[in-house]
Structure formats: C-alpha cells, structure tokens
Design a protein around this ligand. Structure first.
Ligand SMILES: [Zn+2]
Ligand SMILES: [Zn+2]
Length: 334
C-alpha cells in the first residue's frame, strides 16, 4: 500500500464514520502533499523522522506515511477499518443486496469533497452498476450550485468519463432546488436532457403548511422530476421537519410517478417513519439514496435499507433496485 493510497483510505473511512470534516481535510491535505513530493525525498524524510517538516503533514499523517512506506498496513488505518464498519440488520441487508446503484450524490463540482471519478470508482467498488451524479443547482450558491454553462460542461465530462469505466455507468442528473412557488431552478431543455432529476427544498423551510404543501405538490407533479429529495428537510436534533400535508404530497408523487427518497444521511433519515407509512398508503415509488458528499458516505445505504425494512417498503417499489436501462425507461416514462 502506497502512502497516497493509505491516506486516501483514511479519508474514506473518516467520511464513512461521519467524523469531523476538519479531520478528513487534514488527511486529504497530507495526501496532496505526498502526491506532490518526490518519492525518494519522502522516504528520506520518513527514515529521518522528519516528515512533519513538510507543510501539511502532521504527526498522525506522518505515522501513516512511515508505516505504509515500510510495507505495513498503518495501525491507524486498521483501527479505523474496524471501528467505522457499518452495521446492518438481516432485514436491511435484503434491500442492500437488491440495490444496483445510488441516485443522489455530489462531487467537487458543487459541495462534495471528491471528484466525479473518485465517487464513481468508490461506487463501483461497492458493487454498484451505476450512480446518478446530482450536484446542486445554481440557486444554492453556498454549495457552488451549477448554472447552465457549468452543467453543460459537466455533461460533456461525464460522457468522457463513462468511456473510461467498464461495467459501470455514471448517469446524469442534478439535485434541483424547488423554488417557493414549486417551480424548479433549471430550464426545461436541461431538465429534459438529464437522466434523473432529484428535486429538493433547501430554502424557506419554515413556510406555512398550505404553501409548503402547494410548493411540493407542484414540484412532485412536474413531469421532469423523478425523485423528491429529503422531503421534510429535517436535521435530527438541529432542525425540525418542515410542515406540509403529506396526503396531498405523496398522492401527487404516486399520481405523477415521482419516487419518494429515503435519504440515508444519518443526520437526516428523511422521511421519518410515519411519513414513509403515509407514502406506502399511496403505493409510492421509493429511492434509497445516500446523498453522499464524499466517497466514504457512499457506504451509508444500510441506514436507509434498515429504515425501509422497518417500514416494510416493497423491494420492487425501490427504483434503484432496477438495472440502469430499466431505471432510464422508468424516468423517461414516469
Ligand atoms: Zn439536498
Ligand atoms: Zn444532496
């Protein structure tokens, strides 16, 4: 294992554990320094115990580099592998086994921490057949949302990247903001071009019940929208769920073929169980998505799978159990 691979794996595992972004960033910085440093120089510094003289290498990363250079699996890495392994119930595992891809994730194009190719490589390693890249739309400036020009460039990049992967596909998409009137933060011609569109509320989450209901019904009924992302917007312990009439919203999802996302992020776990029950009453489609912002977070599917199992979501109503071509036929038709 090279020092670069070891540091990259450390970052992956810290993200899998949802550790502080600060910690992961420090190891990512160390990985970059290792990349830019002459390998002979790196070995000399390691042998002399002087790696920390390099700007961006701290005590912990120096130890990882030194151990990797001497041919060992770094102790810190082994510790993280064991401590950050994700648990899943046997019932949840049935869902996880059925999933063929992930329909909601981000890259460095918006607010993600890893480039598209790293996300794709990690998704493929997890056994996925595809992933849908859904960076943010322009309105979310805080997350470097993509405007028309950048999205168009990204679509070209994805076409090129797809040529490099064997047995894996990057599907195009976007997590498009739902404006206050239910319209979307992307022009129709681009919505039309994308393979999968996730629509989410990111602003004015405290709208009154009636207006929030109208807003979400209009979005769910939009023929371009395939998935309604993290519908309540809650952040567990930090932000309450937004308030809307779930009967109307999920009836619209069922009627217009918009899947209800089961968002796997541990701080979201959105929708809450009682709302999944409401959606089940309308025979809605679902999508179990990680909303990953780093490679390690692609491993979060168990959180959503356990939740789907607890609520007895029919596996054949989960759209990302479909093969890519079937999913594309579904999004084109629904
Ligand atoms: Zn979102
Ligand atoms: Zn997202």
């Amino acid at each position: 294992m090279t020092p670069e691979d070891a540091l990259e794996r450390v970052v992956h595992l810290l993200d899998r554990a949802h550790a502080s972004a600060f910690k992961a960033k420090a190891f990512l910085r160390a990985r970059d320094v290792v990349r830019e440093t002459d390998q002979a120089e790196l070995s000399q510094l390691a042998a002399a115990g002087k790696l920390t003289e390099l700007e961006g290498i701290g005590d912990s990363s120096a130890r990882v580099i030194t151990e990797a250079l001497s041919g060992d699996i770094p102790a810190y890495l082994s510790k993280l592998e064991a401590e950050t392994a994700l648990a899943i119930t046997p019932e949840g595992q049935r869902y996880r086994d059925a999933l063929r891809g992930d329909c909601h994730l981000h890259s460095t194009w918006s607010d993600g921490g890893a480039p598209i190719e790293a996300m794709a490589a990690a998704a493929q390693t997890l056994g996925h057949e595809y992933m849908v890249l859904t960076d943010h739309s322009a309105r979310l400036t805080i997350a470097h949302g993509l405007d028309r020009e950048r999205l168009t460039t990204q679509l070209d990049d994805i076409a090129e990247l797809n040529a490099q992967f064997d047995g894996f596909r990057i599907l195009t998409g976007m997590e498009v903001d739902i404006f206050e009137d239910g319209s979307l933060d992307l022009a129709d011609d681009l919505l039309e071009r994308l393979d999968v569109v996730v629509a989410s509320v990111h602003s004015k989450l405290r709208m009154d019940r009636q207006h929030m209901t109208e807003r979400m019904v209009v979005a769910a009924a939009n023929p371009h929208v395939d998935i309604l992302g993290h519908c309540t917007g809650r952040l567990i312990g930090k932000r309450p769920p937004s308030v809307f009439d779930a009967d109307y919203v999920f009836a619209a999802c069922a009627q217009f073929g918009t899947a209800v996302e089961i968002n796997c992020r541990p701080e979201r776990l959105d929708p809450p169980r009682e709302l999944i029950d409401v959606a089940l009453g309308f025979d809605c489609w679902f999508s179990i998505d990680t909303d990953a912002h780093a490679t390690g977070q692609l491993e979060w599917q168990p959180y959503g799978c356990d939740r789907a199992a607890q609520c007895a979501v029919p596996i054949d109503k989960v759209i990302n159990t479909m093969a890519a071509d079937d999913l594309l036929a579904w999004t084109a038709g629904a």
